[in-house]
Design a binder for this molecule. Structure first.
Ligand code: F7E
Length: 326
């Protein structure tokens, strides 16, 4: 039997790289879409893929060019497509709202249309987010909770979610949305709060820096472990029927708790170093996001394997390895 072929948009990111690891371990032929700038600077832009560069196939395709997307889908005939690429840093979406909305929605639409026409057997995963719930009235949120996005990023994901649902219902495509809550790992980008905290805490420990400025320490998030979450993506495409699922830990922790744990692993008292900076607060932020993963646990037998404390510990250990030797 020939190897199953997967196409991943956003393959260089945290999620894309762990998903590529998972699919390779399952024997897939793995293809990824990257920007030209990534190929020109593999050292930095493809650092999450360094260990598997010889085992995957990369294609330079612009997600805002429908013709190049059609060509790739037609030539490749993927069995599974994971659409992870997006402008995903919520804060930027308050500054660059027009292009973020256009890019995130159009790329999803182009991909769905290309697959419908030229590779209709292909199963599609779309990366939704807890930001779709925004200012949710109910906690925890699940698949029936009404969306109330409070950022352009969240709005772009709600619009794309409806596109996915429409292609599923109108054209019979096997297309699913995973509504994923925050998920972290040593490969998280430095702009996100968990990586910022661990990298700065380690700098403070090494005497390279005195203090750390953060936004709202009393924001609550539902934090999970990225390898568990890419496993959820894969499970959705192996199901008998396409559907949408919330993927979350079901626990909520404050940014302050994350800070406290990270600093205490390093033997530091966070109160001596961490300062809140009102400039880093977000407009209109809902402070408690917490998901109910009951449906995916019951229907697809998904479970998380790593706790909040273990995530903090692994991220600190990795950062010590990088900075301690650097
Ligand atoms: O913020 C607060 C901030 O930027 C987490 C993305 O993957 O998950 C991620 O979105 C919390 C927020 O992630 C700072 O206000 C405090 O409450 O790490 P973050 P995010 O915005 O929750 C969702 C599910 C996605 O889909 C997104 O793509 O931390 N916070 N102080 C801070 N956040 C940052 N970045 N920097 C601070 O100094």
């Amino acid at each position: 039997m020939s190897r199953r072929r997967a196409l991943i948009t956003g393959i260089p990111g945290q999620d894309g790289s762990y998903l590529a690891d998972l699919l390779l371990s399952k024997g897939y032929e793995v293809h990824g879409i990257v920007r030209r700038t990534a190929i020109e600077d593999t050292e930095h832009k493809l650092k999450n893929l360094r260990h598997i560069l010889g085992q995957i196939h990369l294609h330079v395709v612009s997600l805002d060019n429908v013709l190049s997307m059609i060509k790739l889908v037609k030539d490749l005939q993927p069995d599974e497509c994971y659409h992870l690429a997006a402008s995903s840093f919520v804060s930027y979406s308050f500054e660059d709202e027009i292009s973020i909305l256009n890019n995130n929605v159009n790329s999803t639409h182009y991909l769905l249309a290309a697959i419908k026409e030229f590779a209709p057997h292909c199963r599609v995963y779309f990366a939704g987010t807890s930001e779709m719930f925004g200012n949710a009235e109910i906690e925890p949120q699940d698949e029936r909770t009404p969306f109330n996005p409070r950022s352009i990023y969240g709005i772009s994901k709600v619009a794309s979610y409806h596109l996915v649902k429409n292609y599923r219902q109108q054209y019979g495509m096997f297309a699913c949305t995973g509504i994923l809550y925050n998920h972290e790992s040593p490969r998280r980008g430095y702009e996100f709060v968990t990586r910022k905290i661990v990298s700065m805490a380690v700098r403070i420990k090494l005497g390279l820096q005195e203090s750390l400025q953060l936004g709202n320490l009393d924001a609550f998030r539902d934090w999970g472990y990225t390898p568990d979450y890419v496993n959820a993506m894969w499970l959705m495409l192996q199901a008998d029927l396409p559907d949408d699922y919330v993927v979350a830990s079901g626990e909520t922790h404050s940014v302050r708790e994350f800070v406290e744990s990270a600093f205490s692993y390093l033997g530091l008292d966070y109160q001596k170093h961490v300062k809140m900076d009102p400039k880093l607060f977000r407009p209109a932020e809902k402070v408690r996001l917490c998901g109910n993963p009951g449906k995916i646990m019951e229907k697809l037998n998904w479970k998380r394997t790593v706790t909040f404390q273990e995530i903090v510990k692994e991220m600190i250990a990795n950062e010590m390895k990088i900075q301690g030797n650097g």
